[in-house]
Design a protein around this ligand. Structure first.
Ligand SMILES: *[C@@H]1O[C@H](CO)[C@@H](O)[C@H](O)[C@H]1NC(C)=O
Ligand SMILES: *[C@@H]1O[C@H](CO)[C@@H](O)[C@H](O)[C@H]1NC(C)=O
Ligand SMILES: *[C@@H]1O[C@H](CO)[C@@H](O)[C@H](O)[C@H]1NC(C)=O
Ligand SMILES: *[C@@H]1O[C@H](CO)[C@@H](O)[C@H](O)[C@H]1NC(C)=O
Length: 405
């Protein structure tokens, strides 16, 4: 049968992609089941078999496409936006090229309109939105605030001075925006400053809510949930209060798990917090994993990102660890979304991974600080220059909000 044959082909292709990482193979059973149902509709490229189309009623998958030249950009500068953190202020630190600002995302089968700040604020009049995650989540929020600054600058209404939990209000639209710092989504603490890779060793309580955000959930209409690069660091995994294993802790007698183990459990717990919150009536957007683009080494040992233009979708693929995180979060998302139906909780998938993978040119690299400064992330290929490609995440967000009404 044709269908079976295609699935087989695809399976072989996946195995090829994953051949360096045998741990993935067991994951693919469920993926194959899934594929059986979607193959007739859709021949996925590298990472799309994990599916954004489940959420889309329109017949166009806005998350699959290419970057195309757009000389009209950009839509703000470091002079017009006050919310750019120094580390992402690439122009301030002398980034010489500007071509990386001049691309827009073109989905294969439709158009994705450029962000319209008035339309966004009108849609969200009277609403509140929280960005829950790490500094890339905050980077996304700052990009959105920069795009909105054309229309209105918000007043700060934070109850704390700490950037990690800041809150603003757009008074003319009664729209509130807040950031929550929770890089692991679950309760966590630093166990060692250095650890085996000089990037810290963290205790993750994988089944415990991080109360700093989970107790505030009900105040929001939209939760933009994300997590990523912190899971690349060594971590001790606790469940039921007991140490069950670790990721790369290099300790005798402690079982070593793949990093996706902690990532999957963390999302499981975060989704559980959402699904079990009686007072939360909002929508949860999972903003998927945003790949970094280090080349020529590891992130804290000389690697950098020098590219000056986007990849075509056939020119690159997600590295195995990133793919394992992406697949793990998709799996947990699907489970949580089903579970949420029982209690009327709504989930949406903001699958920025494929588009973001193609933008090695959008990171601060060494332009997030002065050359003589000593900073931890010397060449930053994780965060995104502002303005920069991350601004397109707001294009996706608005399009989803519009089609979601
Ligand atoms: C903005 O970038 C320019 C270089 O393009 C730099 O001279 C200036 O200091 C920056 N301004 C701010 C407020 O960061
Ligand atoms: C709110 O709208 C009024 C009237 O259009 C305008 O004058 C004012 O500057 C706006 N406020 C902000 C904070 O943008
Ligand atoms: C990728 O696709 C483009 C067309 O979009 C084609 O011109 C190019 O040759 C392809 N490159 C590779 C490496 O397959
Ligand atoms: C930066 O760090 C290196 C190594 O830790 C040290 O030798 C150097 O003096 C530091 N430079 C500055 C400007 O602090």
């Amino acid at each position: 049968m044709k269908q079976i044959h295609l699935v087989k082909l695809l399976f072989i292709r996946m195995i090829n992609i994953l051949r360096n990482t045998p741990k993935f193979i067991f994951l693919t059973t469920s993926s194959i089941l899934l594929l059986l149902t979607v193959i007739p509709l859709y021949y996925p490229n590298l990472i799309s078999y994990s599916s954004s189309y489940f959420d889309l009623k329109l017949g166009c998958d806005i998350f699959r496409g290419e970057w195309i030249w757009n000389p009209e950009a950009t839509y703000y500068t470091n002079a017009t936006c006050n919310y750019i953190h120094d580390h992402q202020n690439c122009m301030k630190y002398g980034r010489p090229d500007t071509d990386f600002l001049k691309w827009r995302w073109k989905p294969n089968d439709c158009e994705l309109p450029i962000f319209d700040p008035v339309q966004f604020l009108e849609l969200l009049r009277g609403k509140s939105m929280a960005f829950v995650g790490d500094s890339v989540g905050r980077n996304q929020m700052q990009s959105l605030m920069c795009l909105l600054s054309k229309v209105e600058n918000p007043v700060e209404i934070s109850s704390t001075d700490e950037w990690h939990f800041k809150r603003w209000k757009y008074t003319n639209y009664s729209f509130t925006i807040q950031t929550f710092w929770t890089p692991y989504l679950v309760r966590s603490e630093q166990e060692e400053v250095n650890g085996p890779t000089n990037s810290g060793l963290f205790n993750l309580y994988l089944d415990e809510f991080d109360l700093k955000w989970t107790t505030k959930l009900h105040q929001f209409d939209y939760i933009i949930l994300s997590a990523g690069h912190w899971f690349y660091r060594p971590a001790m995994f606790y469940e039921n209060g007991k140490l069950v294993g670790c990721f790369y802790c290099l300790r005798d007698g402690v079982k070593d798990f793949p990093m996706s183990y902690g990532y999957a459990k963390a999302f499981q717990t975060a989704f559980k917090a959402i699904n079990s919150s009686p007072k939360f009536k909002g929508k949860t957007y999972l903003r998927t994993f945003a790949p970094s683009h280090f080349e020529g080494g590891t992130w804290n040992q000389g690697a950098n990102c020098h590219r000056k233009k986007p990849f075509k979708s056939n020119e690159t693929q997600l590295e195995p660890k990133g793919l394992s995180l992406y697949n793990a979060q998709m799996e947990e998302y699907r489970v949580a979304k089903e579970e949420g139906k029982k209690t009327g909780k709504r989930f949406r998938l903001m699958d920025i991974t494929p588009a973001t993978l193609l933008r090695p040119d959008g990171h601060p690299s060494s332009y997030g600080h002065w050359p003589q400064e000593n900073v931890t992330l010397y060449n930053d290929c994780v965060h995104w220059c502002l303005p920069g490609p991350i601004d397109s995440w707001s294009d996706f967000l608005l399009e989803m909000l519009k089609t979601d009404k």
